[in-house]
Design a protein around this ligand. Structure first.
Ligand SMILES: N=CN[C@@H](CCC(=O)O)C(=O)O
Ligand SMILES: [Zn+2]
Length: 412
């Protein structure tokens, strides 16, 4: 045995870390730190001076290391773009759900190989910027065959797949009949490929009653639930998410005091300090989307202060947020949503993991925790071109990714 490790897997020591922001149960931020990766898991963290020997070593040269970003909300399976719609919006038009139909047309027209390539390219773009765990929704197929195809492609390219047949009622289809389809044959067709279901509960998309039917059918099929809610105005999305015990409600731009209190209530059995207890409904804020649609930024500060666990996600999609930059979201959360750097990084790592039910694991194959740096967790690490995470906000717009490990494998 040439090092301190027993498993026979190759180990890598990353040492001389200027700032190690663990986002672990103790919320530790270590200076002069080191991490050891063994296979796909983290096997040791601590002060660099105490580090054990390993098969290989990487000198961080004083750079900061964070957990890889966990992007818990994206729509990556699509073809075409919506530049014209974006330009019109910048000229004063407001966003409406109807633009989804343009992407539906382009997506249906694309071949399977092309759609797979486009999706994989978007995943690669995200990873190159430090994202190591990624969710994607379906939602641009909107018939049985094309939703099943999108779910299949997503399952082959991302970590978590969400069924979003309830994204828009296609033109010429009766809304109630379409909702029946979403709750029946379409759900059956995607089921082998997905872990989650979502519904766009908003004016111009799905009503409260239709959303309720979709969530009930998905829950009965054994799927975890998520909701797009309160994006374009106050509405029933948040309350529905709470009522159904959804893992996350996303967008949350227009919240009443009752909405915030309802979300906070879901976390009353949760010990935020240790990250144990009963999980509630995460409020997922999407600041890049808010800016691109000229909506008010989600009230992340107020949500945290009320005791709600929040996540930050990029919401990469061609309509409202054509970026996979989690760093941009963190920067915006600090500069404009008044989160501290630690809170913003936490929401973009641990918060995303919480929104996907992956913040804990059994330290076994396929069941490793993501979103924080602790022994036994998946070795998803993001080394910055800077000595501290503060530089993400201090130097806005500057590419900050120096190196990335995804499940122990060097990706950048
Ligand atoms: N709001 C609903 N769905 C997407 C946008 C879809 C689109 O416009 O293509 C979102 O999360 O922002
Ligand atoms: Zn979305």
């Amino acid at each position: 045995m040439k090092n301190g490790f027993m498993s026979g897997q190759t180990s890598t020591l990353i040492h001389n870390i200027g700032e190690l922001m663990t986002q672990d149960g103790e919320h530790r931020v270590l200076r002069d730190a080191a991490v050891v990766i063994e296979g796909e898991r983290i096997s040791w963290i601590g002060q660099a001076a105490d580090a054990p020997a390993a098969d290989a070593a990487v000198d961080a040269e004083g750079r900061a290391v964070l957990p890889g970003w966990v992007d818990s909300h994206s729509h990556l399976v699509f073809a075409g773009d919506r530049t014209a719609e974006f330009e019109a919006r910048m000229a004063g038009e407001s966003y409406s759900a109807g633009g989804i139909a343009v992407t539906m047309g382009a997506t249906r027209a694309a071949g399977e190989e092309e759609l797979t390539r486009l999706t994989a390219e978007r995943v690669a773009e995200a990873v190159s910027q430090g994202t190591t765990y990624l969710e994607s929704k379906t939602g641009y197929g909107l018939d049985v065959e094309n939703e099943a195809r999108s779910a299949r492609i997503a399952a082959a390219t991302v970590d978590e797949v969400t069924y979003l047949g309830a994204h828009l009622v296609p033109a010429g289809v009766d809304p109630e009949e379409y909702t029946d389809l979403v709750c029946g044959p379409m759900l059956d067709a995607v089921l082998p490929h997905v872990r989650w279901a979502d519904v766009f509960c908003e004016r111009g998309a799905f009503t409260e009653e239709q959303s309720r039917r979709v969530l009930t059918a998905a829950r009965n099929a054994g799927l975890g639930l998520r909701v797009h809610g309160n994006q374009l105005g106050e509405g029933p999305g948040v309350q529905l998410a709470v009522e159904f015990g959804a893992a996350s409600v996303d967008h949350v731009n227009y919240l009443s005091e009752a909405d915030i209190q309802a979300l906070a209530g879901t976390w009353s059995g949760w010990d935020a300090a240790s990250g144990t207890g009963l999980r509630g409904t995460v409020a997922t804020c999407l600041p890049a989307c808010d800016l691109s649609t000229r909506q008010p930024l989600a009230p992340g500060r107020e949500l945290i202060d009320a005791g709600v666990q929040i996540a930050l996600a990029a919401n990469c999609n061609p309509g409202t947020s054509y970026t996979s930059s989690m760093a941009f979201c963190v920067t915006t959360a600090v500069l404009q949503m008044h989160l501290s750097v630690h809170e913003a990084v936490r929401a973009a790592t641990y918060g995303g993991a919480l929104a996907l039910g992956r913040e804990t694991g059994k330290d076994a194959d396929g069941e490793r925790a993501v979103g924080s740096i602790a022994v036994g967790h998946r070795a998803d690490l993001h080394m910055l071109k800077a000595p501290s995470a503060t530089h993400l906000a201090y130097r806005p717009g500057i590419p900050m990714t120096h190196a990335v490990w995804r499940a122990g494998v060097r990706a950048v």
